[in-house]
Design a protein around this ligand. Structure first.
Ligand SMILES: [Zn+2]
Ligand SMILES: [Zn+2]
Length: 203
């Protein structure tokens, strides 16, 4: 009896290939989701970039470093764009499609690679001999990029305005309280959440 090379489920008679329909649908879904997750992860890097450029954006030095390293690891060299493009090259080579066009930026490159692979999903899951490896990569990148977005949202830093005019930077959902360095006012958990958001340009 033939089994799916990925999940080991017995293949139905109409599933002639390497992997089952369920794995194919899951993998295709990951391919379709990756560009959006990548764009969201890139957004989390934006404050770091403008902070390094202008040096005026408050909060950049308080930004959650582990999350940022995590993002850089995923979107930087050797990250998801590069890995998925490598897979695209392998697939293009086997299908004799010729080399991938130059698509511009990282997001455009990833979008193009994912689209080509998603379009070829029936072939990938039916005939591609490394589909289990590819499927594992897709699962892991999907999980990593999802975790970046989730983690960054949970620990998102906001800046609140003290009535004295000073900005209270780096406040997160878990900040227990804060003392204003300018006027000395002490805010507990509840009071802190009653303060308005600071005007970005003033912060
Ligand atoms: Zn399967
Ligand atoms: Zn104050």
């Amino acid at each position: 009896m033939n089994v799916c090379v990925i999940c080991r489920r017995a293949l139905r008679t109409d599933e002639a290939g390497h992997a089952c329909r369920i794995c194919q649908e899951r993998g295709t879904g990951w391919l379709r989701a990756l560009p959006g997750l990548y764009a969201a992860a890139e957004d989390h890097l934006a404050p770091a970039r403008s902070g390094a450029g202008g040096g005026r954006v408050s909060g950049s030095k308080h930004a959650p470093l582990p999350v940022r390293l995590n993002v850089l690891d995923a979107v930087g060299p050797g990250g998801v764009v590069w890995v998925i493009a490598q897979w695209e090259d392998v697939v293009r080579d086997q299908l004799e499609f010729g080399s991938a066009p130059s698509r511009g930026g990282y997001l455009e490159t990833l979008t193009g690679s994912c689209r080509l692979l998603a379009d070829q999903a029936p072939w990938l899951y039916g005939s591609f001999n490394a589909v289990d490896e590819l499927h594992g990569e897709l699962r892991s990148w999907h999980a990593r990029l999802s975790a970046v977005s989730d983690g960054a949202d949970r620990e998102r830093r906001i800046t609140l305005a003290c009535p004295c005019g000073a900005a209270l930077t780096g406040v997160t959902l878990s900040t227990p309280g804060r003392r204003c360095d300018a006027c000395g006012a002490q805010y507990g958990w509840t009071e802190l959440r009653g303060l308005p958001l600071a005007d970005r340009s003033a912060a």
